[in-house]
Design a protein around this ligand. Sequence first.
Ligand code: HEC
Length: 149
Amino acid sequence: MVKKVLIALVLFLVIAQFFRIDKTNPPVDPQADFFTNVQTPERFQKLIKNSCYDCHSNETNYPWYTDVAPVSWWVKGHIRNGRKALNFSEWENYKASKATHLLDESHEFTVETKMPLFTYTVMHPEGKLSKADRADLANWFKTEAAKGE
Ligand code: HEC
């Protein structure tokens, strides 16, 4: 019984490797990017790039484990849903009210340590926000949101 389950599992993993994820990033238009449209201090540009851009932009870096199914499918889901919810590369296309809402949410999610996703920071220690960086970045999001309110 155990042997059969193991064989099925190995077979699944072998076959799964044929279903590779699409790693082509959508085209990037610098004109539409968040940093072109919202003046951002360099310190926060760096933090947002390091901690958010892999899921919330069209400039995703795909690490080696995105070659391994089923982890790759799971990561791809994060990128798909992340971009759908908030795409810093397409910031110019958001209406002012939507942009303000997203800045507000970014403040909230950062304060509440919901973002970046915990599983992401396990694999990307460089994307982890220190306590001070988290507080300052969240505050900055809040200040920017307030400008639109
Ligand atoms: C590992 C991928 C990943 C990283 C890194 C990440 N996010 Fe997210 N984020 C997501 C996903 C996935 C969702 C959508 C959640 C859902 O579908 O409910 C999301 C949702 C959001 C939303 C909600 C948007 C809305 O109103 O629907 C905000 C705001 C957000 N993220 C901000 C950030 C910020 C700011 C950072 C960096 C500090 C960040 N995220 C880093 C994956 C990520």
